[in-house]
Design a protein around this ligand. Structure first.
Ligand code: NAD
Ligand code: WQD
Length: 343
C-alpha cells in the first residue's frame, strides 16, 4: 500500500474490534480507536502493541454524545474509513433494557453516518449479525434469505441499523458501506495477548466452556438436547475471531479501491460449517485434554435450532474465506483463558 490510510475503529478495544485493529495495523493502516470502555479496558492497547509493535491512537469517548462525535470528525479530517463495532451486545439484557440498546446501537450509528454523509468518498463498515435471519428456512443461509422479525431489541438494532445504512447510501451515492453479518465469533489471537473478556457470567457457549474448565463455573448447561439436529443440540457456525478480523480488512480494501455497482453491500461472515454444542464440547476436550462437566437442560428461550452461513458471496466478491478449524479456534480460546486465569 503506497498511502497510509487513517481508519477510525469504534469499539476497537472490544473483542472483535481489538483483533481487527491488529490486522489493520499489520496491513499498514493507521488506526484511531474510540471506545468508552463500557465493556473493555485500556490494557487491551498493551496487547495490541505487543503483537504489532505499534500502539494505535486511542480516544476515550462515548459515541452517544453527539457533540463529541462532531468534534472528533472536525479534528480528524483525514479519516478514510470507519469500522463501527461499538454497541451493546447482550441479547438478554436488551430485553430488560430496550431503550439502552436502541440509544447505544442506533443513536451512535446515526451520529457517525451524519458525519460521513457530509464527506467525499467516505467508507463505512457495520457489525451486523446472523441474528437478522432468525431461524432461516433454508441452510446454509445466503444473504438473500429473508430478514425475520427480531427476537430481541438487540437483534432489532442490527436490522434497523442495516436499514438506516441502506436508506442513507441511497441518497448519498458518495458514501460506500458494507454490513458484515457475523455468525458466531470465538477464539483469541494465537499469541494470547488479546481475547474475549466477558463481564460477569458469559452468555455465549465458548467462554462458558473455558470458564467452566478453568474452575470459575461449576457446570455448563447445554440448552436443549431435543432439537431436530444430528445429536439433538443446537448447531451454529463458529468462526475464529482472527478470520473475522481479516474479513474487515478485505471489506475495507474493497470500499477504498473498488468501483462497485452498488454503494451498499451485505456479506455473511462465517465458516460455512455448522457445529453442534456437543461437537464444540468434544473439540474442547480434544484440544485441552480436560474433561468438561456439562449437563443437558431445557432449551433456552429464543434460540434457533441451526444457523450456518453460505459464504460464497464473501469468497467470490471479497476473495476471503475462513482458514481456521474449530479445533484451532477452541485451542486459542483455551490458551487465552489459561493465560488470564494464570493456570
Ligand atoms: P464488545 O463488547 O467486546 O466490544 C464493543 C466495544 O464497544 C467495547 O469495547 C465497548 O466498551 C465499546 N462501546 C460500547 N458502547 C460504546 C459507546 N457508546 N461509545 C464508545 N464505545 C462503546 O463486543 P464484540 O463482541 O467485539 O462485538 C462488536 C460488534 O459486533 C458489536 O456491534 C456486536 O453487536 C457485533 N456482533 C458481535 C457478535 C459476537 O458474538 N461477539 C456477533 C455478531 C455481531
Ligand atoms: C451457541 C449455542 C446455545 C450457552 C448469540 C446471539 C447472536 C450473536 C451471537 C451477536 C446455542 C448453546 C450457549 C450455554 C449452551 N451475537 N449454549 N449453553 O445464541 O448462537 O448467538 O451470540 O450478534 O445475536 O444471540 O450464541 O454462544 O449464546 O450459543 O448450550 O451456556 O450454544 O443454545 O445452541 P447464539 P451462543
Amino acid at each position: 500500500m503506497t498511502e497510509k490510510k487513517k481508519i477510525l475503529v469504534t469499539g476497537g478495544l472490544g473483542f472483535i474490534g481489538s483483533h481487527t485493529v491488529v490486522e489493520l495495523q499489520n496491513e499498514g493502516f493507521e488506526v484511531v480507536i474510540v471506545d468508552n470502555l463500557s465493556n473493555s479496558s485500556e490494557e487491551v492497547l498493551d496487547g495490541i502493541t505487543r503483537i504489532t509493535g505499534k500502539t494505535p491512537c486511542f480516544e476515550k469517548m462515548d459515541l452517544r454524545e453527539k457533540e463529541k462525535v462532531q468534534d472528533f470528525f472536525a479534528r480528524h479530517r483525514d479519516i478514510s474509513g470507519v469500522i463501527h463495532f461499538a454497541a451493546s451486545k447482550a441479547v438478554g439484557e436488551s430485553v430488560e433494557k430496550p431503550l439502552l440498546y436502541y440509544e447505544n446501537n442506533i443513536n451512535t450509528l446515526v451520529y457517525l453516518l451524519q458525519e460521513l454523509s457530509a464527506r467525499e468518498g467516505a467508507c463505512f463498515i457495520f457489525s451486523s449479525s446472523c441474528t437478522v435471519y432468525g431461524q432461516a428456512d433454508e441452510l446454509p443461509i445466503t444473504e438473500n434469505a429473508p430478514v425475520k422479525k427480531a427476537e430481541s431489541p438487540y437483534g432489532n438494532t442490527k436490522q434497523i441499523g442495516e436499514e438506516i445504512i441502506a436508506d442513507t447510501c441511497s441518497v448519498y451515492p458518495e458514501l460506500k458501506a458494507i454490513s458484515l453479518r457475523y455468525f458466531n465469533p470465538i477464539g483469541a489471537h494465537p499469541s494470547a495477548e488479546i481475547g474475549e473478556l466477558p463481564l460477569g457470567v458469559p452468555q455465549n457457549l465458548v467462554p462458558f466452556i473455558t470458564q467452566t474448565a478453568a474452575g470459575l463455573r461449576d457446570q455448563l448447561s447445554v440448552f436443549g438436547g431435543d432439537y431436530p439436529t444430528a445429536d439433538g443440540t443446537g448447531v451454529r457456525d463458529y468462526i475464529h475471531v482472527v478470520d473475522l478480523a481479516k474479513a474487515h480488512v478485505v471489506a475495507l480494501q474493497r470500499l477504498l479501491q473498488a468501483e462497485n455497482a452498488s454503494n451498499y453491500e451485505v456479506f455473511n461472515v462465517g465458516t460455512g460449517t455448522g457445529s453442534s454444542v456437543l461437537e464444540v464440547i468434544g473439540s474442547f476436550e480434544r484440544v485441552s485434554g480436560e474433561k468438561l462437566n456439562y449437563r443437558i437442560v431445557d432449551r433456552r428461550p429464543g434460540d434457533v435450532t441451526a444457523a450456518y452461513a453460505d459464504t460464497s458471496r464473501a469468497n467470490t466478491e471479497l476473495g476471503w474465506e475462513a482458514r481456521s478449524t474449530l479445533d484451532e479456534a477452541i485451542a486459542s480460546a483455551w490458551k487465552w483463558e489459561k493465560k488470564i486465569r494464570k493456570i
